[in-house]
Design a protein around this ligand. Structure first.
Ligand code: GCU
Length: 428
């Protein structure tokens, strides 16, 4: 062989080994979904069955620990002294319908980051503390409503010029760009408070563990979480619980009726928050997909391997052991849903959002139902995937909406109805 050709072939062999992109081509063919058996939420790791309420509590702890050490990473249990400062209050927000308040929660003794700004809209007409929806947002509180009084975030965020995010910073042009995802007026008219926080205040969504809240918990010299410590989703979930700590001090909010809600990656966070923190009275997952409500073993659309490859900071390092190896996991996502039992849980998919595997999200709710039934609740009242735009409502609610990956007024309408049903139709 010509010497140069030989050299070239060796070099290309070498580089293909070195720079090989793993093949994570998504499967969208139902016939190619592997045959799988799921672990049973009501059977312990040692194969004993859960027989009593206290047995369920023990199994619940076991499942939580498995998710913590193998999937999301362990949440630190040290508590921090949180300090709050009111940034603004406007009693005549939303044309006088609501009081807008912004509260900055500092996570350290310094008046510096990391801190999170909680934005609240509380109905003025309520004659008792209002139930609330609490959820994280993607691009800053100022995106959820054009109200010019909302503080413009100055935190790092993912670039998105269409939304007025330039050089990773929000500009005035970002005000109200996400209004379709946050129907504040409707929520207020229905008697609920709306509470939101920019997720990047808790941990910016990038593969960097020197920002956000992680460093607050490091041992000296530590630069990143260890293999079984929390990733970014774990931090977001922790932040949601810290927001609930604050809501317990707000007299206008009924902190016993707080629904934690999230879309997509933030839906993964709301599920993990609701699973760990039983003070959340309701949990809502909107199009949360892989690592959220969807069953990992189906490997349909986004897979464990793909998500760990694209978003290495979301889960704990241990989760990488399950890339293309979902069958070795001692848990699957229906068990995350079962951790919400007996509290009301809503899982929503969208028809065109095949990446998030609507069928896998639905089946997860079906397979979480035995845990609900064990606790005397209905769970999801069907095992058949409902038609598009026809919600099924029990202690678990489910719908598959027409359209794509998003959270919109149709989704919110169902969540408000679900909250009316389970929170006793609390209205002003
Ligand atoms: C990507 C990611 C999903 C995630 C989504 C989102 O599509 O693969 O897992 O849910 O982003 O957060 O919008």
């Amino acid at each position: 062989m010509n010497y140069f050709l030989f050299l070239f072939s060796q070099l290309s062999l070498f580089s293909s080994v070195l720079f090989a992109q793993p093949d994570f081509t998504p499967n969208y063919d139902e016939d190619k979904v592997p045959t799988y058996t799921l672990p049973d939420p009501l059977v312990f790791e040692n194969d004993e069955k859960v027989e009593s309420q206290s047995g369920w509590q023990e199994r619940r702890t076991e499942i939580l620990q498995l998710f913590a050490s193998q999937v999301y990473g362990k949440t630190p249990n040290q508590s921090l002294d949180l300090r709050t400062k009111i940034l603004s209050t406007n009693k005549q927000a939303l044309d006088g319908k609501a009081t807008r308040k912004e509260v900055r929660v500092f996570f350290s003794k310094r008046d510096a980051r990391p801190y999170m700004d909680i934005l609240l809209f509380v109905p003025n007409s309520a004659n008792r503390p209002a139930p609330a929806f609490l959820g994280l947002n993607f691009y800053g509180n100022q995106t959820i409503h054009p109200d010019p009084g909302i503080t413009l975030s100055d935190q790092w965020m993912r670039a998105n010029e269409d939304f007025g995010i330039v050089d990773h910073r929000a500009t005035e042009a970002s005000r109200g760009v996400r209004v379709s995802r946050w129907p504040a007026e409707t929520i207020i008219d229905r008697g609920y408070a709306l509470v939101t926080i920019y997720c990047g205040d808790i941990d910016p969504d990038k593969n960097d563990f020197l920002d956000g809240v992680h460093p607050l918990f490091y041992e000296s010299g530590q630069q990143e979480p260890s293999d079984e410590e929390w990733g970014t989703i774990g931090a977001w979930a922790w932040g949601l619980s810290r927001a609930l700590d604050h809501l317990q001090t707000e007299e206008t909010i009924d902190s016993d009726q707080v629904a934690v809600i999230g879309h997509s990656r933030l839906g993964k966070a709301s599920l993990w928050a609701g699973a760990q923190d039983e003070r959340f009275a309701m949990v809502i997952s909107n199009n949360s997909g892989c690592g959220g409500a969807a069953l990992s073993r189906r490997a349909y659309g986004e897979t464990v391997g793909r998500i760990n490859h694209n978003f290495p900071h979301w889960f704990c390092n241990n989760f990488e052991q399950y890339n293309k190896n979902e069958f070795s996991l001692s848990v699957d996502q229906h068990m995350l849903l079962s951790l919400v039992a007996p509290r009301p849980l809503y899982v929503a998919s969208a028809k065109e959002d095949q990446w998030a595997d609507p069928k896998g999200e639905f089946l997860s709710a079906v397979y979480a139902t035995p845990a609900y039934q064990f606790l005397g609740k209905e769970g999801l009242p069907t095992t058949q995937m409902p038609p598009v735009d026809e919600p099924v409502i029990g202690t678990i609610g489910y719908h598959i909406r027409s359209g794509g990956h998003d959270i919109n007024s149709y989704d919110w309408e169902q969540y408000l109805n679900f909250a009316d049903k389970h929170f006793g139709g609390k209205r002003p």
